[in-house]
Write a protein that binds this ligand. Sequence first.
Ligand code: NAP
Length: 549
Amino acid sequence: MFDTATETAADGQAGTQRHCDAIVVGAGLGGLYALHRLRGLGLSVRVFEAGSDIGGTWFWNRYPGARCDVESMEYSYSFSNDLQQDWKWPERYGTQPEILRYINHVADRFDLRRDITLNTRVRAARFDREAGLWTIETDRGERVSAPFCVMASGNLSTPRVPDFKGLENFRGKWYHTGLWPQEGVDFTGQRVAVIGTGSSGVQMIPLVAAQADQLTVFQRTANFSLPARNAPLDPARERAHKEQYEARRRAALDTPFGIAGHPAPTKAAWEVSEEERERAFEAKWAEGGSISFLYSYTDLLVNKESNDTAAEFVRQKIRAIVRNPATAELLAPKDHPIGTKRLCLDTNYYETYNRNNVALVDVRADPIQEITATGLRTRDREYGPFDAIAFATGFDAMTGALREIDIRVADGPALAEEWEAGPRTNLGLMVAGFPNMFIITGPGSPSVKTQMILAIEQHTDWIADCLSHLRANGYRQIEAEPAAQEAWVRHVNEVADSTLYPLANSWYTGANIPGKPRVFMPYVGGFAGYKKTCDAVAANGYEGFALRR
Ligand code: NAP
């Protein structure tokens, strides 16, 4: 299609082509839609996936209780109305198995599998400017070339176990939420440690507590969590949603989080009386969901005093739920404004600490020093014995997967080196100095601060339109211009600095990885405005990007 030599291996299968029009890295929700969309342009595409099957995040994160915190009617593809009308979500929030089933249905329905190579990790990607080709190299020794490369390698796809001394000596079994065994884990009768209380830990802890003999939770930072209020999907609600599906999807494009159905707040928290605020927070608490809670007032993420009112409301809820006052105080977050770390959604998280087989340990005051043969040691004491340790310790977020691939142009510096002081992109879509490489939901885009699937579709559609434009106008290369990239990076930082987000040590800033530069990575200016910017850039002939024939 782009006039490159197409050499097909002997059996003639697209899945074995050594040359194609576009290479896609990753077969999660992003990679699958990229394959579908680019194929629709008539391009030959090859997708490489490290996992033994498709699904990305939803393939790997099989820990007990894994569930999406965006409602299932929203957290799904919008590109096919037939698909969204046909699919039936059983619950308000999709479980990991249900979402994986949906992803597999999509792959079959749109015949995606034949271009996906599984069990294959892309190790390196090199661009040859003269030939105008990316060549990727896999861990199975395969080399494939294409003029375009689309990185759909995910934002939370590089699981991280902290480098605790002595893990290799642990005689029990250990797991990471993001690498959970496919066959599941039965904790019945076991003494279990869970380390980490982010979204994964908060979802997993109630289920592990119900199964294990004893559970000890090691908490470094208390996190705010709100009740999900999950329930079977009400048929009347589902019907009403489906009747307006397309209109709702369009409406979502005009919202900051990419989710329709939550009326935009009109008042700042300080503008109303304490009683009115309490009533509003109480209603949101009863309704369930994190976005609607943060959407109670216009200023919860920009004004610390207003934020304090919401934070204190949740702290009081924790104190009312958790019977042991010392445990409640430990669980009540005080070191960051609510919403500046990912707000968790739970089912019976705080209630779990009222069980007599559950203990909470503060490893902020007394950090973990070492894993021992039978448990772990903090500075002051030993814990255990444990039969199993479950690490819910998160990911090298947003840049981890890209930094692991040796991405270079000829013999120039690797992308990882270029990003040593933090990621720099134009619109989160492309990187100056790396032509013809697109990133889906990359750092500098709203991605993780929105409904991810909508963000994926918006990026992929932009990329597909861009490739059509290049083809129609005889261009062969596109590259972010350094000045435009600098301006975008500056804007991303300015917007972040006008909010409360930088006040938290979060994976948004790289703070969870020792030595990682502290840079606020997602764009928090809102999905709607971001999409308008991307559309304007395209309408102006890809302003800020150099196009070459
Ligand atoms: P996370 O939010 O980064 O949480 C990791 C936890 O491990 C934190 O409590 C962290 O403490 C702790 N930790 C890390 N290193 C530690 C150490 N050396 N000692 C003690 N504790 C340590 O990771 P996550 O829970 O996997 O979630 C990551 C993101 O994935 C979420 O924010 C969300 O965006 C997404 N996610 C979504 C869902 C959902 O849709 N419901 C579910 C799971 C995940 P500190 O806070 O002190 O660093």
